[in-house]
Design a protein around this ligand. Structure first.
Ligand code: NAP
Length: 248
């Protein structure tokens, strides 16, 4: 099935690397105009440049998604530049792992702000025109650890579980305006975030995954692109795992 997009504009956070880059490139390849957001100008700029040099439509904007005022300002400017943003993919995320007793307040708050509050900031910033136009797609990138928990990641798993509650509640709030809101929960995916795992740990993780390997960013992007497409108009409030069968 060929996914269709009727002259849509998407904003993808964390588009400078990994899963966000793959989502931006997949949407752009399907004809979507993509605004790539990341923390550093260099990373989102390079991804947008790569899309443009391949014939796609993309621009870049460096925004710290954990900073509510910065997101509000950027969202207002981007909406006036682009008229509307039809698709929002909240993908930016960080880890600051450590066991609970040793976790600092800063590590707790940084992860909650970057992974969870950022979703609220962007949704608040860009969703009004979606509701007016009676069309919108919001996809929040969670994680299987938001469903299962993981020792050493109480901050990260709380942020990712929080995304699920936000997604389901928002889906109910916006359904009457034909704006859908879904969550994608990746398992272990090969990106910079998992690159620090040593080979032994990586092998041990793969042995616990029914499909016996880590996933690719493109595999997460494919499902995300579907949820952003015209075809997914009757799918909302759902959580989709892309995890090789880890959570069943
Ligand atoms: P990644 O390779 O580490 O890339 C993270 C991206 O987020 C980068 O582009 C980074 O910007 C951006 N970012 C981080 N903090 C930001 C901030 N404060 N403001 C703006 N942008 C910020 O991560 P990934 O592995 O692709 O993960 C993407 C998402 O999937 C995350 O939400 C992650 O929690 C989730 N996830 C990943 C896995 C996995 O196994 N990899 C599994 C489950 C869920 P810069 O490029 O400027 O640094």
């Amino acid at each position: 099935m060929q996914l269709t997009f009727q002259d849509r504009t998407a904003l993808v956070t964390g588009a400078g690397r990994g899963i966000g880059k793959a989502i931006a490139e997949t949407l752009a390849a399907a004809g979507v105009n993509v605004i790539c957001v990341s923390k550093s100008e260099q990373s989102c700029g390079a991804v947008a440049e790569g899309i443009r040099s391949g014939g796609g439509r993309a621009s870049a904007r460096a925004v710290d998604v954990a900073d509510g005022a910065a997101v509000a300002e950027a969202a207002a400017e981007l909406l006036s530049e682009h008229e509307r943003i039809d698709i929002l993919v909240n993908n930016a995320g960080i880890t600051r792992d450590g066991l609970m007793l040793r976790m600092s307040d800063a590590d707790w708050h940084d992860v909650i702000k970057t992974n969870l509050s950022s979703c609220f900031f962007w949704i608040k910033g860009v969703s009004r025109p979606m509701t007016r136009k009676r069309w919108g797609r919001i996809v929040n990138i969670s994680s299987v650890v938001g469903l299962m928990g993981n020792p050493g990641q109480i901050n990260y798993s709380a942020s990712k579980a929080g995304i699920l509650g936000l997604t389901k509640s928002l889906a109910k709030e916006l359904a009457s305006r034909s704006v859908t809101c879904n969550a994608v929960a990746p398992g272990f995916i090969e990106t910079d975030m998992t690159a620090s795992l040593d080979e032994e740990v990586s092998r041990e993780i793969a042995s616990r995954i029914p499909l016996k390997r880590l996933g690719t960013a493109k595999e997460v992007a494919n499902l995300t692109a579907y949820l952003c497409s015209e075809e997914a108009g009757y799918v909302t409030g759902q959580v989709f795992t892309v995890d090789g069968g880890l959570v069943m």
